[in-house]
Design a protein around this ligand. Sequence first.
Ligand code: NAP
Length: 459
Amino acid sequence: MTQTLNTELIINLAYIISAVLFVFGLKMLSSPVTARKGNLLSALGMLLAIVVTLINQIKLPWENIAAGLVIGSLIGAFAARKVQMTGMPELVALFNGFGGASSLLVGLVAAFSLGNSTFINVTIILSILIGGVTLTGSLVAYGKLSEKMPSKAIQFSGQQIFNGALISAILVSAVMFCIAPAVDSLWLYLVIGLSLLFGIMITIPIGGADMPVVIALLNSYSGLAACAAGFVLHNNLLIVSGSLVGASGLVLTNIMCKAMNRSLSNVLFSGFGAAKASTTKIEGEVKPISAGDAYLILEAAQNVAIIPGYGMAVAQAQHVVRELSDHLEANGCEVKFAIHPVAGRMPGHMNVLLAEANVPYDQLVEMDDINPRMGNMDVAIVIGANDVVNPAALNDESSPLYGMPVINVGAARTVFVLKRSMGSGFSGVENPLFFGDNTRMLFGDAKESISHIVAEFKS
Ligand code: NAP
């Protein structure tokens, strides 16, 4: 008896230490300066949690656990090594989906053991339901982000009514299972099938530019599913860590909603982000510029804002961008990097790239802080960004981007846009900035174009 009490005490103490490590790790992730340490701290917490849980609750033979660990680690290491930085959001979407699948399986296995209390049956159904929605929702998000399926919104008439009926059917099936739980209960399999369908239904109507909100929300769902699985397994730490992921995912969703100027109810009840064609005619002409001429203007500049976007990640131009910034500063120019919260393809994408190139943190300025200062900039250099600098979001009510806050680069004296063509960005919307009086298009791969300018500075 005393022995059991002591073991339980040690296990719970280890779980508390893990939970504290998670909380501090999460807190440190909120700043690029401490993010790496935060990641390490959370990983340490997870290692402690896994070791303690395995020692305490091991029900399978060790060989099975070891085989699972080796296979999982090999797949994880392979995926992590192979994935390009630009492919990270898809990988994150897949990981969210796997998290959901695990919770669904935990719930399903627990449903097979009869004699559970009503409370546990409710948590089993929640684990299956949220896990199922997260699994298929994440797979659709993966398909859209990796362009394995069209990224534009898929809508049909009566979609809201269909979704409403689906929610009702899921609720009825869930209640029926909890009233009369049985392994061969049809209601159980209905909940599984309908929640998998619901995950697809809530993700397909979300298109193009709104995907950041979806990724953050699915991340939160995967946490909630894990939390429900924690109740099923009577595992306190899974409840705590699931709640942390669920809550931080919701905070991130809120930040993304603000960045996209969408309300959370818009997201939850879907049907937003549908691509509608802008009716405004774009006027003006495109004025290309060479890297040599761009250098001459930059050499005389006192204040420069660099606005990175997804194209910088594609070109892997972050290191030459840092070099360019160093040359400009050595020339007496003040350089700031203007960061839009949804630039790139995942939250913090630009911060990660610039940190990799050792760009000092004090050079990074958030959108709200740089916009009032944009009028003082001699040059704004837009590097592979498109949607996040599209002025249609500010002044074209017919644009699908209308209402989304953007970096107001048009206010700078001169704007250089570095991209390969006149093609549109992720949202598929045309950009009037490219036709602006003070805009010069520097066509080509961003890394090559900037390398040319850097070479001019060197010579
Ligand atoms: P964007 O609107 O997708 O535009 C990227 C631009 O980069 C393209 O117009 C492309 O033009 C250019 N480009 C691609 N490869 C290039 C290269 N090698 N060299 C130079 N340019 C290159 O990117 P953004 O302005 O960063 O906006 C992000 C978009 O993604 C938003 O719509 C956002 O909502 C969405 N999104 C964000 C997240 C997130 O969490 N951050 C997640 C999912 C989706 P060319 O083809 O002509 O070169």
